[in-house]
Design a protein around this ligand. Structure first.
Ligand SMILES: *Cc1c(COP(=O)(O)O)cnc(C)c1O
Length: 370
């Protein structure tokens, strides 16, 4: 087969609105000279997000990582947190930087989210929370996790960085858990250049309100500094980018789905290749296109190298496992996670973004299958 070789294809590519749309939306911010500290654009953006995500409350942050770190911080916990090492290192960093101890359990074979049956076995009298990632936008087993959390009185915080716009049984994914964090970084399905948001219920809930102060140095009002805060504010330009991008998000997700379908047509059922798919009751966002190479004539690294020769850059999300990262190795005892370890060795996330064309997908698949 002849492989057409044209421009560079990265694993992801930011969705962009028309520049004139951005400028139009920016004008009032520009004229007001209110550039940060939760001005009109941030407030408008938050309320648009509340309706789009169908959640009670949204709060914006400078990026997804600090959003997660502050969300956890706002609960003032001490002890152990059950999580998995099959995630962005950000998830674990957010736990550890809050002085908490991560307890790593394995993931489900099917979609690499936390294995809820193993959570219960890992609970000790020190366990205070579960921090779980909706990996690739595939929801965790939210029902089992909810049941366990209620039984043992644990907080549940979701790293929903990949899951913007995802629904489980028709319910916006931000409604599950006590708090959920969505990253709105430039590389994600929906972005604000840099940014992150936390969704939560009950704005006046005392447990959660510190989050909205910690983000701004802990100020409760001009003269009261009640928390040891930090600065993690989203700025108004980012909120404007969010407002404009949100107008197009459904179209962008629909475009991703065309690429997803083409990948499936080309790769599904090929011996040694396994495609990860959302469950039937999930409205997915096509955040990534993860593929397992196990028993294929090339291993994962060979596929990645072969694509790179043709200027196509697939990525190993997630490799290494977080517990194998240099900063964590041997820190938390022996971690037995065979499913996650196998995934980390065999996974390749193929390029996936709204502007990826069917021809691009064909070019990628031609190389893999040639
Ligand atoms: C991207 C990502 C983060 C961090 O988000 P930033 O906005 O880049 O800080 C955290 N968790 C997961 C799973 C991610 O993919």
């Amino acid at each position: 087969m002849n492989v057409k070789d044209t421009g560079r294809i990265n694993v992801t590519r930011s969705s962009m609105p028309e520049l004139k749309e951005f400028i139009e939306e920016l004008k009032p911010v520009w004229n007001s000279r209110w550039l940060s500290n939760r001005g009109a654009a941030s407030k408008k953006f938050e309320s648009m997000l509340e309706s789009y995500l169908e959640v009670e409350h949204v709060y914006c942050f400078a990026n997804g990582h600090v959003a997660l770190e502050i969300a956890i911080n706002s609960l003032f916990l001490k002890g152990e947190v059950i999580t998995t090492p099959y995630t962005h290192v950000s998830t674990t960093h957010a736990i550890v930087r809050n002085g908490l101890t991560p307890v790593f359990v394995d993931v489900e074979e099917e979609n690499y989210t936390i294995n809820s049956e193993l959570i219960e076995k890992a609970i000790t009298d020190k366990t205070v929370a579960i921090v779980a990632t909706h990996v690739y936008g595939f929801p965790c087993n939210v029902e089992n996790i909810e049941r366990i959390a209620q039984k043992y009185n644990l907080y549940v915080i979701y790293d929903a960085a990949h899951a913007f716009g995802v629904k489980y049984k028709g319910v916006g994914i931000g409604n599950f858990g006590d708090l959920a964090m969505f990253s709105t970084h430039a590389t994600k399905v929906f972005h604000t250049i840099e940014g992150g948001i936390v969704t939560y219920k009950d704005k006046d809930n005392e447990r959660l309100s510190p989050m909205r102060k910690i983000v701004n140095f802990g100020f409760t009002n001009e003269e009261c500094i009640d928390f040891i805060g930090t600065n993690a504010r989203m700025n108004e330009f980012e909120a404007v980018m969010g407002i404009v991008n949100l107008e197009h998000i459904d179209t962008e997700i629909a475009k991703r789905k065309i690429a997803v379908e083409r990948y499936k047509e080309r790769l599904d059922g090929i011996k040694g290749i396994r495609i990860l798919k959302p469950a039937k009751n999930v409205e997915w966002n096509g955040a990534y296109f993860p593929v397992i190479f196990d028993g294929y004539r090339w291993d994962r690294n060979q596929v990645q190298a072969e694509l790179a020769k043709h200027n196509i850059y697939a990525r190993k999300y997630f490799y290494p496992l977080v517990n194998r990262a240099a900063c964590y190795i041997d820190l938390y005892g022996k971690v037995e996670v065979p499913v996650a370890a196998h995934a980390a060795d065999c996974i390749l996330t193929l390029p996936m973004y709204a502007d990826l064309t069917v021809d691009d997908v064909d070019r990628i698949c031609d190389i893999i299958l040639k």
